[in-house]
Design a protein around this ligand. Sequence first.
Ligand SMILES: Nc1nc2c(ncn2[C@@H]2O[C@H](COP(=O)(O)OP(=O)(O)OP(=O)(O)O)[C@@H](O)[C@H]2O)c(=O)[nH]1
Ligand SMILES: [Mg+2]
Length: 422
Amino acid sequence: MNLQTFRAPTMAECLSEVKRVMGTDAVILHTRTYVIRQWLGFKRREMVEITAGRGLNSGARGGAVRRINGSASRGGDSNGGGTATLVAPTERQPTYIDVSARATNALPPPDHVANGQAILSSPAGGTALMMGLSKDVTKLTEMMNELMSNVRQQQTPDIPEELFADYMQLVENQIERELAAEIIKGLHRTLRPDHLTQKSFVREKIADQLEKLLPTAGPIVRSKAFGPHVVALIGPTGVGKTTTIAKLAAKLQLEEKRKVGLITIDTYRIAAIDQLKKYADIIRSPLKVVGSAEDLREAVASMSDCDFVLIDTAGRSPKDTLKLSELKTFLEAASPDEVHLVLSTTVSRECAELAIERFADVRVDKLIFTKLDEARHVGNVLNVVRAVKKSLSYVTTGQDVPADIEVAKGRRIAQMILGNEM
Ligand SMILES: Nc1nc2c(ncn2[C@@H]2O[C@H](COP(=O)(O)OP(=O)(O)OP(=O)(O)O)[C@@H](O)[C@H]2O)c(=O)[nH]1
Ligand SMILES: [Mg+2]
């Protein structure tokens, strides 16, 4: 191995000399800075000394080659360009700098850079950095909020800022934007400015508004002195008509001690008949299964000793015009006192509206909303009730017969819409 020592006033000059004399394969074994005195000791001058060698294989030394920027790799220069690499000393090995072919211009970082790195990696530096970042994040958040506020003002220019969160809550609960805006603006007009900041007060007032918009019909009541009060339930498939009939029958029979007769015109599925028969047996109500409009008329007439007759119908697709007109013929024959359209809260507003439009041709007096327990948002109930201008009779909140049914109450549904209770 060929060893040589070089001296120069600066590291750059010294390295340049190393490279000139020993070539680009040189490995620096040792560096030091020392002071020389000139002019009888009056003038100080710093000198850099480098001891370099040739013919060394840095990878074979087993030391970890660390780049100046701190990342580690093993072996020789793999950094792909112009950076001097610092080889970390292993036991009893000196620190040395590898001046490789592509590292000729690379020098250790200037003092101020090294100092900056040292400060940043110190605990105090870290804290300062975090504080700076946190200030930046706060500033960014403020900018985002301002931006969002501007966008929201552009999209909904007439929603008062103080009630914007309440407006959004209504929208998120599926209340149509137009209606939500109407409610919020109405509230803003009537509330005193100091009330606007009282969140629970505002929520109560919104519940008041929702309640007013939810017409309810009250429970099924027998109004006539003679003959049964006849009620039919119609609606799309699987919404819960039969289950609701069973709940209503059980309430009337067991709680109100009324005599209830059951009729089903759902002869399409054996299971549908069995389903209602099971409930009829439990509450000891007569059940008739009919297959034609004429049979239905006769079945109703045969139950003249009942206080109530509840008619279950087969689920109909709102798109099946033929089946809907057949249903209409059945209902005309039975001439019920009330026809309730049963809708599931879980369907979209579009589906509910299509159902309402098509079933309106059959006959709809009141609405029952089922599966409130399954719905993520109950706001749709309000949209639909408003769109069809029919009142709500019952809502159902689960599969349990007869427990999971309630007479619809505006206040309770309003609270459900606001997510306050279930
Ligand atoms: N979670 C929940 N499920 C319900 C509710 N009401 C009914 N169901 C369930 O909905 C499913 C369908 O109920 P059915 O009563 O058979 O519905 P249907 O409208 O008579 O169905 P079709 O006669 O086939 O049109 C059953 O699994 C019921 O238990 C309710 O309020 N909540
Ligand atoms: Mg059914």
